[in-house]
Design a protein around this ligand. Sequence first.
Ligand SMILES: C[S@@+](CC[C@H](N)C(=O)[O-])C[C@H]1O[C@@H](n2cnc3c(N)ncnc32)[C@H](O)[C@@H]1O
Length: 283
Amino acid sequence: MFVWSRLSSAQWSDSWAERFSGHNGAVITVIPGRKTVRVELYCVEKREALTVQRQFGGTVRPVRSRNWAALRLELPPPVVVRNALLVSAASDKAKLAALAKANPRRTIISIPPDMAFGTGHHATTASVLRLLVDFSKSRKGQAWTLCDLGTGSGVLAIAAAKLGARDIYGCDFDPHAVRVALHNVKRNRAGGVRIEEADVLRWKSSQRYDCVAANLFSDVLIAAFPKIVRIMKPGGTVLVSGILKSQSAECLRAGEKAGLKFDTIITKGKWVTARGRREDFMP
Ligand SMILES: C[S@@+](CC[C@H](N)C(=O)[O-])C[C@H]1O[C@@H](n2cnc3c(N)ncnc32)[C@H](O)[C@@H]1O
């Protein structure tokens, strides 16, 4: 048994928890009186610990005494999104078929935990998924396009494909997330989805979208809002998340300054998600 570990700023705790969700060897320790947390991942294989180290830095060391049997992988429960979708961590065909049988009105999406954000469990992903279902219903069968900035596991892009979007673009600046998203697109046979590695803050696009999903962080959103407004079609919708409650006023103000009007604001725990439109094209 080996443990990979590193220190991280406390503000990234949720991101680490989400990345390693489904892995029973993940431990996040709050260090009293400090703004850092210790993130550890206990792995049966040294190879696994070294892969995580290559990606995220930190150290790897062997561990001796522990009840390793308790660390077996258990899948988190599926995430149900209205009557439309069910996101499961299972990849096993029989389990997915059983879920489909038990949920005949929902499309099943398989996102096994794989160190990319976006299993559907995090409050930000769950809220955007719900708003995406609502958006798809508002299209009443008309084709629509989606741009997914910070795609992570690709869950939003895949959900859009299942909800009737035709032309879907997703990007992430984390090459591992891009690899995971591409696998997930293939695994779920999500048609019309293009994923690429790109930093939202440097990325340029001349295409315009009916819907832009941006589950990023406040500072990235604040910097990216003018660009987000430029890639929205007239009357288009933006779904933003990843905003801490304590930063939401400043973040949403920056969106309004860039030309957005927010009509729905959802707070779940410490996270805020909002739906906006281009103010110059309000219906
Ligand atoms: C909160 S996760 C969202 C993942 C997924 N879209 C979801 O809703 O669950 C944010 C993602 O954005 C990516 N990201 C953060 N800043 C970025 C940037 N400047 N350019 C591209 N991707 C970025 C991260 O790597 C991460 O995968």
